[in-house]
Design a protein around this ligand. Sequence first.
Ligand SMILES: O=C(O)CCC(=O)C(=O)O
Length: 277
Amino acid sequence: MTDIALPPITTDLAEAKRHLNEFGLCRLGDALTSDQLDAVRSRLEVQANAEVREGCSYHDGGSPDGRSAPNQRIWNLINKGEVFREIACASHSLELVKHMLGPDILLSSMTCNIARDGGVPMALHSDQNYIPVTTPYPAVVDIAWMVTDFTDDNGGTRVVPGSHKWGRYPNPGEQVETVAATGPAGTALIFDGRLWHGTGANKTNAPRYGLFTYYCRAFIRQQENFSLSLSPDVIPLCSQELLALLGFQVWHTLGMIEGTYHGTTHTRPTTFSRELS
Ligand SMILES: O=C(O)CCC(=O)C(=O)O
């Protein structure tokens, strides 16, 4: 047990913004509807099993030699179900993300992390640790949508409230006191890219499902290379808002194709410029 205080779960966006400023995190209650929760849970279970069966599953969270890796990640969920494409654009969470990052954002990736019995705690880290530690603002924001309850025992994300103000990233292997960001299924844990955190160890028999939408400022390279990995079959299913979040819209002079203007939304070209004579 720990004495570290977490901000209470709230459904009030103004209060959630205050929590983000002060603690570097908030817990937004009832962030998923019960229909979304059912759809996400069954889609993730089916997808996780199918990726194992098809031999394309990704595992981590175990011994350093990689021989035991009970946790499972599912990548690029934008390709893997309508409900994910809907949640990536949820207006309440985007309001909180934009409170942190400003109006111009990208979806960096959308993934699932299943923590299972036997998983070891993930090393504490800050999600923006690839940019200078002196950066005095959040450059990325992560959201862990609790698909199952998150508890102290089942690997609920370990966080260090207030660490977004410490001005440094954790050293490899550094141990500090953490607290599990707990909540009932349907809660969204939203956190500043500087916050120290990591997956907890699941000591129960039931898997812990976390759905992660990770956003970044519009000038930062995304974690998922959507330009290459978004399935051509999925592109027509994406709203304009989602295409913009995926990086298919020109932002100032970034993301252009042959000099196109700010605000133009592109899909994959079918013809390419070439050397002319
Ligand atoms: O699984 C979790 O609770 C946290 C995952 C995480 O921090 C990460 O993947 O970077």
